[in-house]
Design a protein around this ligand. Structure first.
Ligand code: PEP
Ligand code: MN
Length: 338
């Protein structure tokens, strides 16, 4: 249940509404928007005295929220959530944020070189996997802690905030200390224990859509992080599994529109993992921007042919710069700045 307070209501009127909700046995979350303040009931709202609540001065309306996600719901938070990143960039609102970098950190030269190149082309964050969720246990698993250390060096050289995927709660302290945006990969979207822990960290979380997850399941995973106390969740559509095998996944661009309608959280698109072919990335990135995505996360490698992971879908720095040049006028068409 959600209580929308009248524009200009007093703190006393709000406290009275909160009291009635708490008497009904729920925890109350307060969301202050540009127009109205909204009170959200967390928990079972069945015992709240709706009649008394709706008659209170200061209360505009009492709404039932039929969707199972409450804090992630746009009804609870009508304005777009904007997430500030270190270095002055932000995700959401009128910006198109572009994160770029290799699938995996491989060496100092590689990560620092790619960081410089993507920064020069206009990326606002550097991606790089250090702990890799590979299908085969015999495949390269990432550099681990050394990879995180190299990401920190690339950040020190460029000032770009860094994005990296966490696989285990064992690494929470390492990530909390060194990583600016913590990525939850598709394979861990429903690792609920991990999500609850990430709800208690102070860093933004990039939550990728699960391989075969519905939009509702994805938003419920975001809800886990929000409900545990971390309001800074960035969603990422990265393609879903369908019967099609030509592409690595099927990019569900309509999910961008659905999520932006249902939720206030920003949503990025990852055309690299969605398509699995470097030659498709530019067009799908432009399509994502046209569809209203809040940004992109793109794999860029200095030497894709010899990459230790996902070379076939990685752009060269030159191809990435060409993409960014096309993205700027397209973003402007949909009212965004890169
Ligand atoms: C990645 O970003 O490198 C990755 C493994 O992505 P996903 O979880 O979307 O497959
Ligand atoms: Mn990858």
């Amino acid at each position: 249940m959600i209580v929308v307070m009248k524009n200009g209501c007093t703190q006393q009127q709000m406290n009275a509404a909160i009291r009635i909700m708490e008497e009904g046995g729920v925890k109350v979350m307060v969301s202050r928007g540009s127009e109205n303040t909204v009170l959200g009931a967390e928990g079972n709202a069945a015992n709240i005295d709706r009649e008394r609540l709706s008659l209170l001065p200061g209360v505009e309306r009492v709404m039932r929220v039929s969707e199972p996600y409450k804090l992630a719901n746009r009804k609870y938070h009508p304005d777009d959530t904007v997430i500030d990143l270190p270095g002055g960039a932000s995700v959401g609102g009128g910006r198109l944020a572009v994160f770029a970098g290799p699938c995996s950190v491989e060496s100092r030269e590689q990560i620092v070189g790619v960081a410089r190149a993507v920064q020069a082309a206009g990326a606002c964050a550097l991606r790089g996997g250090a702990f890799k969720p590979r299908t085969s246990p015999y495949a390269f698993q990432g550099m681990g802690t050394d990879g995180i250390r190299l990401l920190c060096e690339a950040r020190a050289e460029t000032g770009l905030p860094v994005v990296s995927e966490i696989l285990s709660t064992e690494d929470l302290d390492l990530f909390e200390e060194h990583v600016d945006i913590i990525q939850v990969g598709a394979r861990n979207m429903q690792n609920f224990d991990l999500l609850k822990h990430l709800g208690r960290v102070s860093k933004p979380i990039l939550l990728k859509r699960g391989l075969s997850s519905t939009i509702e399941e994805w938003l419920m995973s975001a809800e886990y992080i929000l409900a545990a106390g971390n309001p800074r969740v960035i969603l990422c559509e990265r393609g879903i599994r369908t019967f099609e095998t030509y592409t690595r996944n099927t990019l569900d661009l309509s999910a961008v529109l659905a999520v932006k309608r249902q939720s206030h959280l920003p949503v990025l698109v990852d055309p690299s993992h969605a398509c699995g072919h470097a030659w498709m990335v530019e067009r799908m990135a432009l399509a994502a921007a046209a569809a209203g995505a809040d940004g992109l996360i793109v794999e860029v490698h200095n030497d894709p042919a010899n990459a230790l992971c996902d070379g076939q879908q990685s752009l060269t720095p030159e191809q990435f710069a060409a993409l960014m040049a096309k993205l700027r006028p397209l973003a402007a068409c949909v009212g965004k700045a890169v």
